[in-house]
Design a protein around this ligand. Sequence first.
Ligand code: GLY
Length: 349
Amino acid sequence: MQKITVHTSAPYDILIGGGLLEEAGERLAALAPGAAVAVVTDDQVDRYYGDALLESLRRSGIRAAKYVFPHGEASKSLPSAERLYQFFSENEITRKDLAVALGGGVAGDLAGFAAATWLRGVRYVQIPTTFLAAIDSSVGGKTAVDIPAGKNLVGAFWQPSLVLCDPRTLDTLSDKDFADGAAEAIKYAAIFDRPLLDLLADGRARERLDTVIARCIQWKREVVEEDERDTGRRQLLNFGHTLGHAIEKLSHFSVSHGQGVAVGMVELTRRTEALGLTEPGCAEILAKALAAYRLPTRYEGGLGELCPAILGDKKRKGGRITFITLQTLGHAVLTDVDAGKIAPFLGAE
Ligand code: GLY
């Protein structure tokens, strides 16, 4: 088992290792002796792992109740958070108690947001069951729900008290869902860690999951410790995301997050190579690694059609958009572009 401690405003441990799901009871009893636990999960994850978690909690004498919501992004909403508050109320969850997010990004964001706001903040634990959640959303304390005006517009920075990452729970992921996480792992490699890119490039990340997860989390830990509230270096984690979010949005979310980020990273890097900002050849190396997980790497429309969605992005700061660009593989920088110059920057005059 590996342990990584994140030194944020409230420090917490991330444990990575096979069998942690079954050990959750002991770990939570040690974290919060006497606490009751509200498990928050979706109907799909519940089928695979809900009982194992509940049994583990009960074996450790923990009073536990489970809230199951319909899987999918539509559950990351204010009405859904309100139903969860009602559940917390019925189960008498107090500030001494714990919420536990069991699942992917939606479970983590919804449970984290509800925990951040219930009684002005109760502690929560993340148990990620997707590759994407394991290496990204379960760490760093970004919690949110969506509103009609956009994704993640309502939320809070609220750090978990513990993250239990059991890579065995990733065995049930389809190749497509696994690929969404692979896109984010390749993102960490592209911005920080060229040797990690070489490790991922053969398409066989599943065979070395513990190593890959720990390496990605080490990077995330480093930037989150330096910039907990995402005003500086943490923004590097958005490499590929400005184009990626626009692509997802224009496809009405038929393109997944990982697919959008994959295309976004490569298309942006093709452009920044053409502009002389990036060492030539990086885009093709990135594209090959992504293609090894059957991720797309080309946007079939012109990048110009993404401009309106980019200009509506919540990360816009006044008249400027911050793009994350590669100088070379393993080294990324923040590049501010005037809103009026986005089209030429993307090669769409
Ligand atoms: N997913 C990007 C971040 O946590 O900052």
